[in-house]
Design a binder for this molecule. Sequence first.
Ligand SMILES: [Zn+2]
Length: 479
Amino acid sequence: MTRYEAVIGLEIHIQIKTAGKAFCRCASDYNAAPNSNICPVCTGAPGALPVLNDEFVKRAVAFCLALGARVNLTSTFDRKNYFYPDMPKNYQITQFFTPIGAEGRLAVTGADGAERDIRIERIHMEEDTAKSAHMGERTLLNFNRAGLPLIEVVSHPDLKSGEEAAQYFKKIYDIAVKYLDICRGNMEEGNLRCDANVSIRPVGSAELFTKAEVKNVNSFAFIAKAIDYEIERQIGIVSSGGAVESETRLWNAKLKRTETMRKKSGRNDYRYFNEPDLGPLHITTEFVEKIGASLPELPDAKRRRLKERFGLNNELLDLFVGYPAVCAYFERAAESYPAGGRTVASWIAGELLRVEDKENFGKVATPPEHIAALAALIDGKKVTGPQAKELFGVMRETGKDPGEITGSDPRFQQMAGGETAAIVAAVVRDNPDAVAKYLGGKDNLLGFFVGQAMKRSQGKADPAEVTALIKKELTNRQK
Ligand SMILES: [Zn+2]
């Protein structure tokens, strides 16, 4: 039986956050009263002339550099001609012949665990269309969205699965929203929109089969499912002797399947030509370098650095790379306790984020230096696990440094060795049945004894010490 592999390319549209629109000075607030932020330019009145927003250019250049793309010092604005009610001038201004950016790359981790670069073919600037809402027989149009600045990123068909596509999309989201802050990132409002081109071919073949386009997979939850469904659907068709049709499909989240939206007949001819009202865009090397110098550290570089410096596992790396604000907090804490980076990281991931929201990680009451001091107490075995959790609660209530709290509060005094031994002896004495079973071979009862002793010590005993003492006590009985 022939085995097939998937060939997937993504086209992602990103709405860029600027005060004005791409080619006019209307406010970019899409949520204002419908059709209140409009003018002759963005509604396509005859004779109105577009003027390029330079903030849009700066953000597009920053985005190209963040994706490792070449920035073209001369790019062109071009007209894409088509007729649709959401575009009354009957063309969209886009960059067709020479886009602002080309040849970028972004790493994904494949199913085999190895990192692989996904090549980015082009990055171009264009304008959004009006938003249409269909109500029965009628269509309502909101021109607040018309003319909003958009960047489109087109990847090469280098992705192999729905999971890889989701990773790539998430990374584009993180860079645009969390690292560069050039997009508001509201997926429900369509600030980021993703279309996937999916086809299959026999494993190892260079031939490309007919592809289907799955439109508007604008959710991290759905993108992998929609693409994987589509791959299976195409394999099913080809395996039973059929042929995949060229069409645009939509993901039906309720029925968990893709469905035909429209068949494609021949190639669309948009009759592209240079936009005569704008002319080519010229930028200088200095302009590009200045923007490059202002970029923050980007996800791939951050991941490599954190891994090398602190030896963090993938789960912690995903957390810190995906949430730059949490990462900044971690790095400040680790700075004041450099040897304990891993303890600090695990404590932030496990305990701090139980009470703080990583999505809105801004004003954290506990200073990072206090978390570092707590980690040092844990590593130095000055407090036990249960004590550390309780101590953290007091730190949050009082805002005090953990050293200050442990110095004065008897709850956090370490139990002396002799006292722990007495508790262990009492636990063994009081549970003769369990002792007999343990000695009869029920090794898993060790946890029961440790639990009992920790309970009696009210969490003040060191669990490692308790475990060792219990083993010793029980072994002595065996003799
Ligand atoms: Zn306008």
